[in-house]
Design a protein around this ligand. Sequence first.
Ligand code: ZN
Length: 217
Amino acid sequence: MNDHRYATRKHGSGMMTEFEATLLRQIFKMVLETGKAPSVTVLHKTLKTYRLRIVRTIGKLEEKDRLVRKKETGEIVCVYPLSLVPTEHQVIMEGEKRLFANCALDALSIPHVFNKNAEIISQCHTCKEIITITVKNGEIVSKSHARIYVWSPKQIERPVAAEYSPFMNFFCSEEHIEAWMRENPQLVQKGQSQLLEHVYPSIRERWARYGRMIGTR
Ligand SMILES: [Zn+2]
């Protein structure tokens, strides 16, 4: 890949340069290897390009909502769809370390960014019962509950969607998502409860496209 050629690529509302994609791919690679995001120094040594370019590009990726840094330290704490701090949404891909996602929808997207088989382990937001979903060759092949529901906001593009991350959870039954909706009437207009199988195909398509764009799958 020629880093000097400025190529723009479309993804959702944001464009991405060739070097932004290279940097993201390297960050993902190191997260898979070590479980955490690399420092600027490590990226500088690995990518053999000047530090300022890396610092600026990380800033650009943050502006485009591709990653999030901790304000105080500058440390990368999230590179979507991965959370680098533990959450209740865990994803174990074949041959990889345990990963975490910011929300239920991001957990479902992770196998498709990397084109890997995976087990998603989360819980029902209402009763805290463990929910598992197994993805093989892009398909859901088994799950802990017959009818798993997900709440998702109407607007799924970041940064709007990020505000709703704490609400984007799995539920073990229609009864449990409805109970939660009754307790959160302010969210009723802002999103919908959907069956896992209904929300899954569009997530798969969107994030497989993202994985192809940055070269992680
Ligand atoms: Zn439940």
